[in-house]
Design a protein around this ligand. Structure first.
Ligand SMILES: Cc1cc2nc3c(=O)[nH]c(=O)nc-3n(C[C@H](O)[C@H](O)[C@H](O)COP(=O)(O)OP(=O)(O)OC[C@H]3O[C@@H](n4cnc5c(N)ncnc54)[C@H](O)[C@@H]3O)c2cc1C
Length: 464
C-alpha cells in the first residue's frame, strides 16, 4: 500500500476525524487516494479533546455509532450553569444526546475504515511541508517521509485536513482563502482526564455534560466537566488566546481545585490545544484544493465542537472531488459546490452562532447571572439557537421578556438586536451563491452584518 504512485486523484493531508472520513468516502467512490499523517499509525486519533460528540453525524454518514472500547459513556443532554451557579439550564433534546468517546480508539476506527476501504497509499510519520503548484493550480504536496527523504506527492486534488495549524493554509497562494486566523477567532483550551476511586469522589451528573459560564474563571470561554465513567472525568476550560502561557495555571486554580475534592486521584492525560470558534473560512476551497475541519475553521463557535463538522466537511469534500474528477476539472469553479454545501448547511448555523459567541464573550458575569436567572434566554431558546442558528420569538414572548428584563433594558435590547442579526446572517449563508462571480458581493453582505454586531458591542460596551 505504501508505494507512491505517479499521480493520485486525491491527496488527503491529515488522518484525523475529517481526513479519515474524506479518505474513506473518496476511496469508496472509486478514487485513488493517498492519505498522509505526521503521526505514527497507532497514534492517529490521540488528540487533546473534550471527547464529546453528538449522535447525528453517525446517522448522517450512515456509520456505526461508538460502542465497546471506543465508547466511554452515553450522554442524555447538557447542563449549563450561570457564573454564580444559581441557575442551571437543562438541555434535554434528542439532538443534544451523544457520546463521550475514547478519542484514540475512535480515531483508530475512522482510520481503519479508510484503510479497509483500501486507500491507495497510506503514509504515516510523513509531514506535509507545502503545496505544489502547476499552472497556478494546486497539484500536490511536498512531504518529508519517515526516512527523512523529501518527496513530491502529485494529486489532481488536495484535501487539507491537517488541523488548526495547517502548514498548507498558511502558505496557500490564494486571494480567497484566509491564511491567518485572527487570535480573537480562536480559543485556548486545557484539559485533563482525571481518575479517582468512586468511594472517594462521585462523578457529578454522570449522564450529562456540564458547562459553566464564568467570565472570571474562564475568560472568553467556559469550564467543562464531562463524565467518562463512574471513576473518571474529562475536565477543562477554554480562555482567550491572550492567556497563552497562563492557561494551565488558570485551570489548576479555577477548575481543578474547585471540582476535584479528593487527594486520591490520578491524571490519565493532560494537555492543551487551540480551537477556532468562528464561521468557516470565507472560502474553504481554491484551484485544486479543499480545506476541511479545523484547517477550515469548521467548528461550532458556541461550544467548540469540531468532530461532527470535520467529518461532514470530509464527506462533502470527497463527493465534490469525485464529481470534479469525473469532469476532469479541478479548478475552483469545479470545486465551488463544496463551499455551497458547507455554507448552506452548518456554515449558516455557525455564522449565526459566531455572532452570539462574540456577544457572550463580552457579557459580564452579572449580566449572565441576570440574563440566565430571569430566563431572558431560556433552555428551549438555547436549544433552538444551537440546532438552527436562529431564534423565532413572537411579539408576546418578547413582551414577556421585556417585563422580566425591565431592570436591564439595555441587555434585552442588545439580545433582541443580536437575534435579528443572527437571523439575517443565517439567511445570507443559506443563499450562498452557486455562481462564483457572486461571491464578493455575498461576502460583503456577510461582513456588513458582522460589522453591525461589532458596532453594537463598541457602542454599548468597552470593547476594542
Ligand atoms: C482541548 C480541546 C477540546 C475539544 N473538545 C471537543 C469536544 O468535546 N467535542 C468536539 O466535537 N470537538 C472538540 N474539540 C475540537 C476537535 O478536537 C476538532 O475540531 C477536531 O478534532 C477537528 O478534526 P480535524 O480532522 O479537522 O483535525 P485533527 O483532529 O486535529 O486532525 C489533524 C490531523 O492532521 C495531522 N497533521 C497535522 N499537521 C500535519 C502535517 N504537516 N503533515 C501531515 N499530517 C499533519 C495531525 O497529526 C492530525 O492527525 C476540542 C479541541 C480541543 C483542543
Amino acid at each position: 500500500m505504501e508505494d507512491i504512485k505517479k499521480i493520485y486523484d486525491v491527496a488527503v493531508v491529515g488522518a484525523g476525524t475529517g481526513g479519515s472520513t474524506a479518505a474513506r468516502v473518496a476511496t469508496q467512490k472509486g478514487l485513488e487516494v493517498c492519505l498522509i499523517d505526521r503521526k505514527a499509525k497507532n497514534e492517529i486519533g490521540n488528540k487533546i479533546c473534550g471527547d464529546a460528540v453528538g449522535t447525528e453525524i453517525f446517522d448522517f454518514l450512515n456509520i456505526k455509532h461508538p460502542t465497546n472500547e471506543e465508547l466511554s459513556c452515553h450522554i442524555k443532554g447538557a447542563k449549563i450553569y450561570s457564573p454564580d451557579m444559581k441557575k442551571c439550564i437543562n438541555l434535554l433534546d434528542p439532538k443534544q444526546a451523544g457520546y463521550i468517546v475514547n478519542r484514540l480508539e475512535f480515531g483508530q476506527r475512522l482510520l481503519d475504515d479508510a484503510l479497509n476501504a483500501c486507500v491507495t497509499s497510506f503514509l504515516d510519520n510523513t509531514i506535509a511541508l507545502e503545496l505544489l503548484y502547476e499552472n497556478h493550480i494546486v497539484s500536490g504536496v511536498r512531504v518529508k517521509l519517515k526516512n527523512g527523504e523529501k518527496k513530491e506527492i502529485r494529486a489532481k486534488i488536495v484535501i487539507d485536513a491537517s488541523g488548526f495549524y495547517s502548514p498548507l493554509r498558511k502558505t496557500i497562494r490564494s486571494n480567497i482563502v484566509e491564511k491567518i486566523i485572527p487570535k480573537e477567532d480562536s480559543i485556548l483550551c486545557y484539559r485533563e482526564i482525571v481518575k479517582f476511586p468512586p468511594s472517594e469522589h462521585k462523578v457529578q451528573d454522570p449522564e450529562y455534560i456540564t458547562i459553566i459560564l464564568d467570565k472570571k474563571r474562564a475568560p472568553g470561554g467556559y469550564i467543562w466537566y464531562f463524565p467518562k465513567n463512574e471513576s473518571s472525568i474529562n475536565i477543562g476550560l477554554g480562555v482567550f488566546m491572550d492567556y497563552k502561557g497562563k492557561v494551565k495555571e488558570f485551570y489548576q486554580n479555577n477548575v481543578f481545585r474547585n471540582y476535584i475534592k479528593t487527594s486520591k486521584y490520578e491524571i490519565l492525560s493532560s494537555g492543551g490545544g487551540v480551537v477556532p470558534i468562528r464561521r468557516p473560512l470565507w472560502s474553504c476551497a481554491d484551484d485544486g484544493i479543499m480545506l476541511i475541519g479545523d484547517a477550515a475553521c469548521q467548528v461550532n463557535p458556541l461550544h467548540g465542537g469540531g468532530i461532527d463538522p470535520s467529518m461532514r466537511g470530509g464527506y462533502f469534500a470527497a463527493n465534490v472531488a469525485f464529481e470534479a474528477i469525473q469532469k476532469g476539472d479541478y479548478t475552483l469553479k469545479s470545486l465551488w459546490k463544496y463551499n455551497v454545501d458547507v455554507m448552506r448547511s452548518f456554515g449558516a448555523e455557525y455564522a449565526s452562532l459566531d455572532l452570539l459567541r462574540q456577544v457572550l464573550q463580552v457579557f459580564t458575569n452579572e449580566e449572565l447571572n441576570f440574563g440566565l436567572g430571569k430566563d431572558l434566554l431560556s433552555g428551549e431558546e438555547i436549544l433552538e439557537i444551537s440546532s438552527t442558528g436562529g431564534l423565532t420569538l413572537s411579539i408576546f414572548d418578547m413582551a414577556s421578556k421585556f417585563i422580566k428584563g425591565i431592570s436591564k433594558p439595555d441587555l434585552l435590547l442588545d439580545l433582541n438586536y443580536l437575534r435579528i442579526r443572527m437571523k439575517e446572517i443565517s439567511s445570507i449563508y443559506k443563499r450562498f451563491p452557486i455562481d462564483l462571480n457572486e461571491f464578493e458581493r455575498w461576502k460583503n453582505n456577510a461582513i456588513e452584518v458582522n460589522n453591525k454586531v461589532k458596532k453594537m458591542l463598541i457602542n454599548t460596551r468597552i470593547v476594542n
